[in-house]
Design a protein around this ligand. Structure first.
Ligand code: FAD
Length: 388
């Protein structure tokens, strides 16, 4: 059976859904194909089930890409305000949690239901359980699944990255890009917990659950947020953010007590220069268990001013060389992807292959934690959808 459309969109996640809605609204006959048994599975698990659907302060600086300018055009033409207008049209209650991050009051299901309803209104035809076997291009693009064939002059790839294979992530998008000789920036797991090497793990990981506000830095980037100790290493927003910039064997620097002068007490000549005094000061700035444990392994070598200065420095620039990350099983995103040099920033169309588009996470544009990845999915999806 052959189905003919104006455009085929492969992948019914955030980007594919938005693209289908925009194209449908522009009177294109659109088919949305997904291999899963339902759309938007990642939307449902996002933001702890409440979907951090955008960020009020979205700026190009919130994205990693080998071309930092690439995302600007799409982001400026579909803004957080555009998505919020859609959310409000559907009367979905939401709130700002922190730092401009908008979450549903009730459930991520509200966002998916909204997108599905918009798809219906835009006459998008949805094919679930579509196991794609082959994509070819003759005069049109032809997509063959186990029991049907689809054809259209436009093909949009919105199959996401490699994160969370358990809920359907595949390398399909990268493979297809390669099939059409488009360059890929090697993907890596982003927004992912870090695993400590054995020594540090035995020193700190029994403190699982302890968290502290830190500044995590790597590769010229810094994030001041919470860090959490896990049973294998480090997590929490500060670590997830910096993980996207980290590559083995780089080190990560942690300021354990931003803006605190932990040894100031010793400027008073009457202060006893003892570990007890030091512990008391560290405990004011850090959770007690972390303060004690860190000092167990960084006790000053002497009580001279120089040694104390050195200790102060170490506490604000504690360097860690992680053994690795928790990988795609735990990564919220996949960084890298289809090289932006291959795509039009305005439409997401491949320059070398007219009619072929890549949107969302499969593209080498990766957001920081905080609703930016969905904003990229909506913006890149809308950019392609309007031009189909
Ligand atoms: C646990 C978790 C929580 C997150 N929370 C947030 C958050 O709160 N805010 C935020 O901004 N971002 C969040 N993200 C990131 C965000 O979910 C993604 O960046 C975003 O979903 C990417 O959208 P996409 O449409 O490009 O890809 P996806 O949403 O991954 O959609 C890809 C679609 O393609 C389909 N597909 C894959 N391979 C094939 C194939 N071979 N054939 C057919 N179909 C295929 C999949 O089934 C899927 O439906 C989170 C991610 C995770 C894993």
């Amino acid at each position: 059976m052959i189905h003919s459309f104006d455009a085929l969109i492969l992948g019914g996640g955030a980007a594919g859904l938005m693209c289908a809605i925009e194209a449908g609204r522009h009177n294109r006959r659109v088919a949305l194909l997904d291999h899963a048994d339902r759309l938007g599975k990642k939307i449902l698990v996002s933001g702890g089930g409440r979907c951090n659907f955008t960020n009020l302060h979205t700026q190009p600086e919130n994205f990693l890409s080998s071309n930092p300018h690439f995302a600007k055009s799409a982001l400026s033409r579909y803004t957080p305000a555009d998505f919020i207008a859609l959310v409000e049209k559907h009367r979905i209650p939401y709130h700002e949690k922190t730092l401009g991050q908008l979450f549903c009051d009730r459930s991520a299901r509200d966002i998916l239901a909204m997108l599905e309803e918009e798809c219906r209104a835009a006459n998008v035809t949805i094919f679930l359980n579509a196991k794609i076997q082959e994509v070819t291009r003759t005069t049109e693009f032809v997509v063959r699944t186990a029991n049907a064939q689809f054809q259209a002059p436009k093909l949009v790839v919105a199959t996401g990255g490699l994160s969370i294979p358990k809920i359907g992530a595949t390398s399909f998008g990268y493979d297809l890009a390669r099939q059409f000789s488009l360059k890929i920036r090697d993907p890596w797991p982003g927004l992912v917990p870090l695993v400590l090497e054995a020594n540090d793990r035995s020193r700190y990981c029994d403190l699982t659950g302890v968290s502290a506000e830190v500044i995590a830095s790597c590769d010229g980037q810094r994030f001041r947020e919470k860090m959490l100790i896990t049973h294998r290493g480090l997590s929490g927003p500060a670590i997830l953010q910096i993980s996207s910039y980290w590559k083995k064997p780089q080190q990560i620097t942690l300021d354990l007590a931003p803006e605190n002068n932990l040894t100031a007490v010793f400027e008073n000549p009457k202060a006893a220069r003892t570990l007890t005094t030091l512990r008391t000061e560290f405990r004011k700035a850090l959770p007690a268990r972390l303060a004690d444990r860190w000092l167990d392994h960084h006790a000053p070598t002497s009580w001279t001013n120089a040694a104390l200065k050195n200790l102060e420095h170490q506490a604000h620039a504690w360097t860690i060389v992680p053994a690795g990350t928790e990988g795609y099983e735990k990564a919220e995103v996949t960084a890298g992807g289809v090289d932006t040099d291959e795509l039009s920033a305005k439409t997401m169309e491949a320059r070398k292959v007219p009619g072929l588009f890549f949107i969302g996470e499969v593209v080498d544009v990766t957001g920081h934690l905080g609703g930016f990845n969905f904003q990229w999915a909506w913006a890149s999806g809308a950019a392609a959808g309007r031009s189909l």
